[in-house]
Design a protein around this ligand. Sequence first.
Ligand SMILES: [Zn+2]
Length: 287
Amino acid sequence: MSQSTCPLCGGCRDSPPLELHHSRYQFCPVCLSFQRLAGISDDVQSHDFRLTYGAKRMIQNAAQDRHALWTEVMGHLSILKDSHEKPRLLDVGCGYGDFLISAQGTGWSVSGIEINPTMQDACRKKGIEVLTKPLRDLTPPFVKFHTVTYLNVLDSIPDPLEEVRLASQWICPGGRILIRIPNGALHGMTIWHLPRVPLLWSRYLKLEATPLNAWIFHPVGIRSLLESAGFSKIKVYRSVPVSGSPFTRRVVRIIESFGRILSGTHPLSTSVIVEGEWTPPDTVPNT
Ligand SMILES: [Zn+2]
């Protein structure tokens, strides 16, 4: 049996990989997160994000209906509105720029990073400044951002630890990273048990793209990741459901309500929002 070290928490992963929807995932028993080992290759996924993703009707439709999410994220950002200077926001994987337009409307100076040309064009038409390369190919700016956001992006990046370490170079001291991801506390349980019920499993796969992602982060795993990258004051919040019909969302909210009763520690929402504060190593006070 092969063993590997979990990139999120350093834990030993020695269980056999789980076969899931044409992909293989490795589970970490320490941080309870899954990493995709094989299936859709990172090259194929990268090609998809770069070229075809933004032109897909399904993705365009999904982006139309996210106002509840933008409002929720703006609520998490509002703490910085008291700052004496205009707060600066960078959204990595900013898509068609709709979230940045919302943020701009509440007083933020906004920039985006987007590698897909269709989405880049959409941003430019809305007057959004957009950088067109992945973070690893860009030089950190002299004037840094108060907040960097990853909204349903980080779980598609093969090396998320490298990514958030790079992101920290774009955040000013005391600034924050804010990440929205599918919630591994819920999806982890689902993908262990639901494949045994083929009808429900096929419906789940239609509803959720989660098993195709590079990572399914449990809140424990995303905390470990941010701590390893040097972030502190990490908090995990449940996030509103934004996919599916109004009826589906209502059902999801009811299930989540039961989840909150059953789960004392971790929210059992379909997605979570995670935030962390950035303190550069040379400014950490000696204890
Ligand atoms: Zn782990």
